[in-house]
Design a protein around this ligand. Structure first.
Ligand code: ARG
Length: 484
């Protein structure tokens, strides 16, 4: 710490203070080592503020020019890794402001007119989060597209649909993948919704009560892109709320948590499907690891880690909610603790979405232009597993209903048929017609059509059902919706 810099910071409030902070307290209260990540948003917010101050004749045009020149230099220094971040200057805001003043002198000291770090930090975090939400939304679209591409190749592939992890009814593998597309589409909707509430300007709230300078907050909001769909400025309407609201961070983390929960469910399925007992799919070797002791192993590390990382994002949500619950209005230093959970949530979610898109559908090979290295599907294993589980029992019951039996009676008849088939170790479709007719004389030769897996699938031809015709309609809808 140079004497000069300590003075700069302490002068911000320190005529009152008779002793400097201890090193421990400095370390405890500083946030620069994590919030320096907000530097671009901080500079962007400061430039918009300075430009407005000058337009309102609160600072001179020369001051504005100096601030712009200084900030350009600072951005350059940070980009090149030459900027010296100082713990003594506590956070990203004071670090940048102190350096600005070093470079341009008094104009740097005028930048803070009509604002406080309280509205500054709230603005920075919002600006930063909006740009991250945009990246996440794009990644969510990529993941949906990956799932849809694999679905397209597997419309006719039959998977045992489970309830209670017991074979229930046959479903198209594509239909199963498209269930996740629905989840990720809702996640994208939630992100868009959170974005709307995040993209609002607190700057101008000052410390808590607003400011006596004639600020033009709408101008600042517009220059930062904080506008609604009609292009109207979005500005917080209560200064106490503006500096202390962190709903947006909690809401974002809640949306991220749900998205991770969806990924975690998909992970769990991939892990099961890859196990020797299922053998339904394989993922490319680069997403797995071997064992240091068991040479035969290929472990699904990526899905397992995604399932595990979901826990930490859930934890961040709990952390942020708990952070808010006891805070009186307005700003409290507690809020400095919002950043690490938020940053980690963003990083975890982005990495996970990226890796899943690639794991599901592979990567484009530069030579062939084709995607390679996605999951490979063992249709025969899926079909064999479906047959083992009497997955067409409901179809037999439906068949009897069509022949005039009440459903409950049909259910009972089929239970007997399944019991017999089980004792003979046969599928329902493998029982001779004469045996089937013993359970109910209405059964005729055409029963075998409905006992086949394909027949069962085709029969579920209602909107949202698993019949291949329906699945193809859904795929077409997703193509139109996502524009690819
Ligand atoms: N580093 C602080 C934060 O992250 C900035 C705001 C500080 N304001 C204050 N009055 N101490 O929340």
């Amino acid at each position: 710490m140079s004497k000069n810099q300590f003075d700069q910071k302490s002068q911000a409030w320190s005529a009152l203070f008779s002793e400097p902070m201890s090193d421990l307290v400095k370390r405890y209260t500083a946030s620069v080592f994590f919030d320096k990540r907000l530097w671009q948003a901080d500079i962007q917010g400061s430039l918009a503020h300075a430009e407005m101050l000058s337009a309102q004749n609160i600072i001179s045009t020369q001051d504005l020019a100096d601030i712009q020149r200084g900030m350009a230099q600072i951005a350059d220094e940070i980009t090149k890794g030459q900027f010296v971040w100082q713990l003594d200057l506590e956070d990203v805001h004071l670090n940048i402001e102190a350096r600005l003043t070093q470079i341009v002198g008094d104009a740097g000291k005028r930048l803070h007119t009509g604002r406080s770090r309280n509205d500054q930090v709230a603005t920075d975090v919002r600006l930063w989060l909006v740009s991250e939400i945009d990246l996440i939304s794009a990644l969510l679209n990529d993941l949906q597209k990956s799932l849809i591409e694999v679905a397209e190749r597997n419309v006719e592939v039959i998977l045992p649909g489970f309830t209670h992890l017991q074979v229930a009814q046959p479903v198209s593998f594509a239909h199963h993948l498209l269930a996740y597309v629905e989840m990720f589409a809702r996640d994208a909707e939630r992100m868009a919704d959170v974005r709307r509430r995040t993209n609002r300007l607190p700057l101008g709230s000052a410390a808590l009560a607003g400011t006596s300078y004639p600020l033009d907050r709408e101008r600042v909001a517009k220059s930062l892109g904080m506008v609604d769909a009609q292009g109207q400025a979005c500005v917080s309407q209560n200064s106490l709320d503006g500096v202390s609201d962190r709903d947006f961070a909690i809401e974002f983390t809640a949306a991220a948590t749900l998205c991770m929960v969806h990924i975690s469910r998909l992970s769990e399925e991939l892990i099961l499907w890859m196990s020797q007992n299922f053998g339904f799919v394989k993922i490319a070797d680069r997403f797995t690891t071997g064992s240091s002791i068991m040479p035969q192993k290929k472990n699904p590390d990526v899905p397992e880690l995604a399932r595990g990382k979901t826990g930490r994002v859930v934890g961040h949500l709990m952390g942020l909610i708990t952070l808010m619950k006891g805070q009186p209005l307005a700003y409290n230093k507690d809020n400095q603790e919002d950043k690490e959970p938020l940053f980690d949530t963003v990083d975890t979610l982005k990495d996970t979405l990226r890796i899943f898109s690639e794991m599901i559908c592979g990567q484009v090979n530069a030579q062939t232009g084709q995607k390679e290295g996605g999951i490979s599907v063992n249709a025969a294993a899926m079909e064999a597993a479906t047959k083992k589980g009497y997955a067409t029992a409901t179809d037999l019951a439906d068949y009897l209903v069509k022949k005039g039996l009440p459903f409950r009676d049909a259910h009972e008849v089929v239970a007997h048929a399944v019991k017999t088939a089980q004792s003979e170790n046969l599928d329902l479709s493998e029982l001779p017609l004469t045996t089937l007719q013993k359970f109910n004389p209405a059964i005729e030769k055409d029963v075998f059509e409905c006992l086949s897996l394909v027949g069962s699938l085709n029969a579920r031809n209602t909107l949202g059902g698993t019949a291949p015709d329906q699945v193809r309609l859904q795929i077409a809808r997703h193509h139109a919706r996502l524009g690819f």
